[in-house]
Write a protein that binds this ligand. Structure first.
Ligand code: DP6
Length: 360
């Protein structure tokens, strides 16, 4: 599947060498992407909050080479990372047609995360979007007339080909990916900024990430997505994602936090229900994930505060809450929930504005 819009005209000039650098945030889905078709096309639309503190910073140096094929080295926190190579090689293969300079240069890629690599926080969204943005910055140097709008669109399009959720990590602070009948401009090919009115209840919305299990996931997202093929509940699930996103449009406008909570928690549990009912089945939640969920429910019932949770493909819990209730909820997290985290570790984050170029 080739998308002509993103194939560049022959470059006017090719530089001998140069550099690029970007930081890109992680994101947390409210309506989940789980299941995909060929060419990284999502089985259903999703929407996410762009985060602020959890991000990847990547810098890239490039220099003309004479050898054939792709040539690159990747360093994570200054250490050569052979393990990242296959994923990047696959990414380069998928995007080569859109970035013909990929075979012209040798790349030195240096990357670091603000969150610990072993935290169980998915680094593929921020990592792949930061890399896609660096590559777009190279293209911009070869084709300086590019508009900011096109730059972001193509960056999201490329990031998707690295990791689906990465296409939602270019812009802030609510991003939709996947075609939805009632969201104008939505596309299976890239993430767009949520185009409608958002109530002030969602301004500065918080996401505190409770690190329940910092280990490697037993089942990768890619394997999990594939298990949605022939899944007995797949069609109902994909239809549900469409209707949940539809319902969110009015919730985001009205600021109705109770309905927001109902949709977001149901999405999280449905995601894990899909894992538990696939063949083979698996469970990524841990006992502490459930301890935390139960405590959140009890605290909400007792206080009436609008605290809720969501999960991604792992045991960690994302605790979501509005700015107006932040003080009390943060206190509750420290005193009641942190004990269920590995080494008491959690990360306070909130809505962010999207990726940023790094000067020099
Ligand atoms: C559970 O984007 O990591 O976080 O496209 O195979 O790289 P690939 O998968 P990935 O899947 C993330 C799934 C999720 C839900 C979501 O972010 O929407």
């Amino acid at each position: 599947m080739i998308v002509n819009e993103f194939i560049p005209k022959p470059y006017k000039q090719l530089l001998e060498r140069g550099a690029a650098a970007y930081s890109a945030p992680s994101n947390i889905a409210l309506v989940k992407y789980w299941g995909k078709k060929a060419h990284q096309i999502p089985a259903n639309p999703s929407i996410s909050f762009t985060l602020d503190n959890c991000k990847t910073t990547t810098s890239l140096k490039f220099e003309k080479k004479t050898s054939e094929g792709f040539s690159f080295e990747v360093f994570l926190e200054g250490v050569l990372e052979e393990d990242f190579k296959p994923k990047i090689e696959q990414f380069f293969n998928r995007i080569e047609v859109y970035l013909p300079f990929l075979r012209t240069y040798h790349f030195v890629i240096e990357t670091s995360n603000t969150f610990p690599h072993s935290s169980g926080i998915a680094s593929s969204a921020s990592g792949m979007s930061a890399l896609a943005l660096c590559l777009m910055q190279v293209e911009q140097q070869l084709n300086p007339d590019m508009s900011k709008e096109f730059f972001n669109k193509k960056a999201s399009f490329l990031a998707r080909l690295g990791s689906g959720s990465a296409c939602r990590s270019i812009e802030g602070n609510l991003v939709v990916w996947g075609t939805h009948a009632n969201i104008e401009g939505s596309s299976d090919l890239l993430g767009i900024k949520y185009p409608y009115e958002v109530h002030q209840n969602f301004t500065n919305y918080h996401d505190t990430i409770l690190l329940v299990d910092k280990g490697e996931k037993q089942v990768s997202s890619t394997v999990g997505h594939n298990l949605m093929h022939n899944h007995p509940f797949a069609e109902q699930r994909f239809a549900q994602a469409h209707s949940n996103l539809d319902a969110l449009i009015s919730v985001l406008k009205s600021g109705d936090l109770s309905t927001f909570i109902r949709i977001v928690e149901s999405e999280a549990l449905t995601l894990h229900a899909m894992m538990m009912s696939s063949d083979p089945y698996f469970i990524l939640m841990k006992p502490n994930t459930l301890e935390i969920i139960n405590k959140i429910w009890a605290f909400r019932a007792q206080t009436g505060l609008h605290i809720c949770f969501t999960l991604d493909a792992g045991a960690n819990v994302h605790v979501l809450f509005p700015e107006a209730e932040a003080k009390e909820i943060q206190e509750f997290i420290k005193t009641e929930l942190a004990v269920h985290c590995q080494n008491g570790h959690f990360i306070e984050d909130k809505l962010g504005q999207g990726a940023q170029p790094i000067k020099n």
